[in-house]
Design a protein around this ligand. Structure first.
Ligand SMILES: NC(=O)C1=CN([C@@H]2O[C@H](COP(=O)(O)OP(=O)(O)OC[C@H]3O[C@@H](n4cnc5c(N)ncnc54)[C@H](O)[C@@H]3O)[C@@H](O)[C@H]2O)C=CC1
Ligand SMILES: O=C(CO)COP(=O)(O)O
Length: 343
């Protein structure tokens, strides 16, 4: 389809929904961005800015925002859902009456629904059994994308036509889209790394050295891939942009909201203060709780998650938790090379 004839809908008026919508609008695709806040929609339409989430970034003049979800999705070949995980299902339900059979729907959300332990692709399949479903995930700090910093991401789906459509819609001189068929692995990569970004922010605030930061990131990768593989994901996915790529950016950048929550905790703020002062979503806080419960239930060894859970929710002292981890029994480096249970 020619860019000028294609229509795409983006559900969500926050930082990521806005940059994704803007990439496509800049290419001449007709984009309708749905949001609940009418003042924000009017601001995007009149002043071409989203001052709450991306205050310093002018948006494409052709990007159109609306509070009418039917108008947003009507005639759209692709629908992106960029809504924080706690509200994801309810927004999909709102859009559902206006979607057709075979509709392509892509989640950009990096979280888990607590009550059901559903990833967003599972919610999409659940709510929209006739839709073609995909997941977009990768090292994609919204403010850097808005600034046209060279960026790459991953579209994961079983559906080849959906993967090609998303690659064509989002490809830009500053934005590349790689393909994957491991939807579950790609989605878990984006979701789990938020936990370790909180740990990285916390340790940065405590002034740890570069060796320590490297150990933390690499052992985080080992832990998140161990969990994902137990859930059926492909370990190779964690070598890609949605695994190690997203883990690195989120553990290293103060632009990450999860990293900032960790940094605030390490600077002596309470969890409430840290989350309130952020004013945006940090999915990792809920994800720690959800993954702690799941890993306990399935007996998956996750010492970083357990330690962080104790610090964040039970007031344990970081130094004590770290000391216990360092004194733990010796283990395998890459357990897909040397399995832990053969030690
Ligand atoms: N910001 C980033 O750099 C990136 C974010 N993501 C993911 O994208 C998802 C969305 O995040 P952001 O856009 O960054 O969040 P944000 O905090 O910037 O904005 C969230 C948006 O969702 C809207 N919203 C929340 N509940 C709603 C409801 N019930 N109905 C309608 N709208 C509702 C809010 O009004 C707000 O516009 C998250 O899961 C995040 O992990 C993914 C890649 C990069
Ligand atoms: O997922 C992200 C970058 O890829 C954004 O991370 P935060 O949600 O921590 O800001």
């Amino acid at each position: 389809m020619q860019a000028g004839q294609q229509k795409v809908a983006v559900l969500g008026g926050g930082s990521f929904g806005t940059v994704i919508a803007n990439i496509m609008a800049e290419k001449g695709i007709q984009v309708s961005q749905w949001m609940r806040d009418s003042a924000r929609a009017e601001e995007i339409n009149q002043q071409h800015i989203n001052s709450r989430y991306l205050p310093d970034y002018p948006l494409s003049l052709s990007l159109k925002a609306t509070t009418d979800i039917e108008a947003a999705v009507k005639g759209a070949s692709l629908v992106f859902v960029s809504i924080p995980s706690p509200s994801f299902r309810s927004v999909v339900r709102k859009a559902k009456p206006f979607l057709h059979a075979g509709q392509m729907v892509v989640s950009t959300t990096k979280g888990i629904e607590g009550d059901t332990f559903s990833l967003m692709s599972e919610i999409l399949k659940d709510e929209l059994p006739d839709a073609k479903v995909g997941v977009l995930s990768g090292p994609n700090l919204a403010k850097e994308v808005a600034r046209h910093q060279l960026t790459a991401t991953v579209i994961a789906s079983d559906d080849e036509a959906l993967r090609s459509e998303v690659q064509a819609a989002l490809h830009q001189s500053y934005f590349r889209v790689y393909a994957s068929t491991d939807m579950y692995g790609v989605e878990l990569g984006g979701t789990l790394k938020n936990i370790y970004a909180i740990a990285a922010g916390l340790s940065a605030a405590l002034g740890v050295g570069e060796n320590t930061k490297s150990m933390l990131i690499t052992r985080s990768l080992a832990e998140m891939s161990r969990f994902a593989v137990s859930m059926g994901a492909n370990p190779m996915t964690f070598l890609g942009l949605a695994g190690v790529g997203d883990l690195i950016v989120t553990c290293m950048s103060p632009l990450s909201r999860n990293y900032r929550v960790g940094y605030a905790l390490g600077s002596g703020k309470t969890l409430d203060e840290a989350v309130k002062s952020l004013g945006e979503v940090a999915e990792g806080v809920n994800t720690i709780r959800i993954i702690k419960a799941k890993s306990d239930e399935l007996e998956i060894y996750m010492p970083l998650v357990s330690g962080l859970y104790e610090v964040v929710f039970n007031g344990a002292h970081v130094q004590e938790v770290v000391k216990a981890m360092m004194m733990n029994e010796q283990s395998s480096d890459v357990e897909f090379v040397l399995p832990r249970d053969t030690l």
